[in-house]
Design a protein around this ligand. Structure first.
Ligand SMILES: Nc1ncnc2c1ncn2[C@@H]1O[C@H](COP(=O)(O)OP(=O)(O)O)[C@@H](O)[C@H]1O
Ligand SMILES: [Mg+2]
Length: 251
């Protein structure tokens, strides 16, 4: 197994159906290590499902989904858990546990993984809080934080297990411009400094331009455009329609 296959995600001719709803109709792409790829596409196109396929929450009807060289659908429960530890997720809404402190929210994944050393947990929590620019708020509850701060705690939690892959589902939706910028900068920093392979789903074209090395456009069940941002955003007619808002809903 090569180093790159350890860190990447590869889809080959993936089909996903829910009853008569044929969401993915032959998806093929691979994520390069350390790169930030943004996945664009209209609502209902199947973007979130792509993230769920990567962590084995949904299973494809046909085709191959490999993460770090392994076919996700074939993994036993223990290996799937290990895969999820290596894959950080920031899902829509950040989904913090409201009754748990910031500390316990961030430590959650590590405790799940069996970490019992309280000093080590405290160290990791402090370190992740520092990384997201919110040191010293371990004892607060999510209800005491702003929306932007909650997102950053969601990020700190996703990073607690030192993932190789980060999946972001609409990370800046509902945030003010300052918080949006902060999240964007963190996504870039994690990819650059920790070489985290990142897949970002967003409707925010400004963020997509800022954070991405590459854009993919999901339309009618396939990757309809794929390439470096400057190239795809200027010369692909589908992408140009999509970002200019003159998109004809065709999913
Ligand atoms: N667990 C599920 N069961 C049945 N249908 C689903 C399920 N999850 C998503 N879908 C359907 O799949 C399609 C794509 O959903 P999704 O990936 O959430 O789209 P989006 O691109 O907006 O993130 C939608 O039509 C949605 O209704
Ligand atoms: Mg979605």
């Amino acid at each position: 197994m090569t180093e790159s296959s350890l860190h990447t995600v590869e889809f080959r001719d993936v089909h996903t159906r829910f009853g008569a709803n044929h969401v993915h109709r032959g998806l093929s792409f691979a994520l390069a290590p350390g790169e930030v790829t943004t996945l664009l596409g209209p609502s209902g196109a199947g973007k979130t499902i792509i993230l769920k396929l990567i962590i084995g929450l949904v299973r494809q009807s046909a085709g191959s989904v490999k993460v770090m060289g392994k076919e996700v659908a074939d993994l036993d429960a223990a290996t799937l858990t290990a895969l999820r530890v290596n894959t950080g997720m920031l899902f829509q809404g950040a989904a913090l546990f409201d009754s748990l402190t910031v500390f316990e929210n961030i430590a959650y994944g590590l405790r799940e993984r069996g970490e019992r050393d309280e000093d080590k947990l405290a160290h990791v929590v402090q370190e992740r809080l520092r990384m997201v620019g919110l040191p010293g708020i371990e004892n607060k509850l999510p209800s005491q934080l702003s929306g932007g701060q909650r997102k950053r705690i969601g990020l700190a939690r996703a990073l607690a297990t030192s993932p190789k892959i980060m999946l972001y589902d609409e990370p800046t939706t509902g945030l003010d411009p300052t918080s949006t910028r902060m999240i964007d900068d963190l996504i870039i920093a994690f990819a650059r400094e920790q070489k985290i392979t990142s897949l970002v789903v967003t409707h925010d074209i400004q963020s997509a331009r800022r954070v991405s090395d590459r854009w993919m456009l999901l339309s009618q069940g396939v990757i309809a455009a794929d390439g470096p941002v400057s190239q795809v955003s200027e010369s692909n007619p589908l992408v140009r329609d999509f970002i200019s808002g003159s998109w004809k809903e065709a999913v």
